[in-house]
Design a protein around this ligand. Structure first.
Ligand SMILES: Nc1ncnc2c1ncn2[C@@H]1O[C@H](COP(=O)(O)OP(=O)(O)OP(=O)(O)O)[C@@H](O)[C@H]1O
Length: 199
C-alpha cells in the first residue's frame, strides 16, 4: 500500500508560458524542503533515455510515453512531486491532486519563443496551441474540474501571485491529509470491481 503525505501537482501550459520558472519559485517557496521535488519531464526523459525518435520538422524529440510514464509513476507514488510538462492528461488521476494550467498572451509568448530561436513552424504551432486552449482543454477532459485551475502568466507579478496561491493550497492540502492519502482501492470496492469483471 502506498501512502502519500504530500500532494502531486502538475504545472502545465504551452512552451514558454513559464512552467519551469513557476516550479523553481515553488520549490524555493517551500524552503527547498526535500519532501518536494521539481520534475522537469523533458530533462527526466533525456536522463532516462525515454526518446523513441526525432521530429525534424518540429525540431523536437518524440517521447517513448510508456517507458516515461512507468518511471514517472514510481516518482508520483512518493508524493510531493511538482511536475513540469506541456502534456498533462497522461498521468493516472489517482496520483494527481492539482493541475495548474498557465496561460500567456500571444504577444508575450511570441517574444519569449522568438528569443529561443524557435523555427517558424514550431513558433506558429505553439502560438496556435495557446490560442486554441489545447492544453487547458486536455486538462479539463483528463481530470475532475475542481482540481484544474487556469492562471495568467504574463508578468513577474502574476508569477508571484500564482506561486503564493499554490503554496497556500499545498499548506491546506497537507493539513487536510495528515493521515496520508492511500492509493490502495477500498477492499470492498476492489472485490466488487473484480466480481463485475469476472461476470
Ligand atoms: N509570468 C512571467 N513573467 C515574465 N516572464 C516570464 C513569465 N513566465 C515566463 N517568463 C519568461 O519566459 C521564458 C520562458 O519561461 P519558462 O522556461 O519558465 O517557460 P516553460 O513554460 O517552462 O517553457 P518550456 O515548456 O519550453 O520548458 C523565460 O525567459 C522566463 O523568464
Amino acid at each position: 500500500m502506498t501512502v502519500r503525505y504530500r500532494p502531486n501537482i502538475i504545472i502545465t501550459g504551452t512552451p514558454g508560458c513559464g512552467k519551469t520558472s513557476h516550479c523553481e519559485a515553488l520549490i524555493s517557496g517551500l524552503n527547498n524542503d526535500d519532501s518536494y521535488s521539481h520534475i522537469n519531464v523533458s530533462d527526466f526523459a533525456k536522463e532516462n533515455k525515454c526518446f523513441e525518435s526525432y521530429d525534424q520538422v518540429l525540431d523536437t524529440h518524440v517521447v517513448d510515453e510508456d517507458k516515461l510514464l512507468d518511471l514517472l509513476e514510481v516518482e508520483l507514488e512518493k508524493g510531493g512531486r511538482i511536475v513540469d510538462w506541456h502534456c498533462c492528461d497522461v498521468f493516472p488521476e489517482r496520483l494527481i491532486d492539482l493541475v495548474v494550467v498557465l496561460r500567456s498572451d500571444n504577444s508575450n509568448l511570441f517574444d519569449r519563443l522568438s528569443k529561443r530561436g524557435y523555427n517558424e513552424i514550431k513558433l506558429q504551432e505553439n502560438l496556435d496551441c495557446e490560442i486554441m486552449e489545447v492544453i487547458l482543454n486536455e486538462a479539463r477532459e483528463g481530470y475532475q474540474p475542481e482540481i484544474v485551475i487556469a492562471l495568467e502568466s504574463n508578468s513577474a507579478e502574476d508569477m508571484d501571485e500564482n506561486v503564493d496561491r499554490i503554496l497556500a493550497w499545498i499548506d491546506n492540502w497537507v493539513k487536510d491529509h495528515q493521515d496520508g492519502v492511500t492509493n490502495e482501492l477500498d477492499p470492498d470496492l476492489k472485490a466488487k470491481l473484480e466480481a463485475e469483471r469476472d461476470e
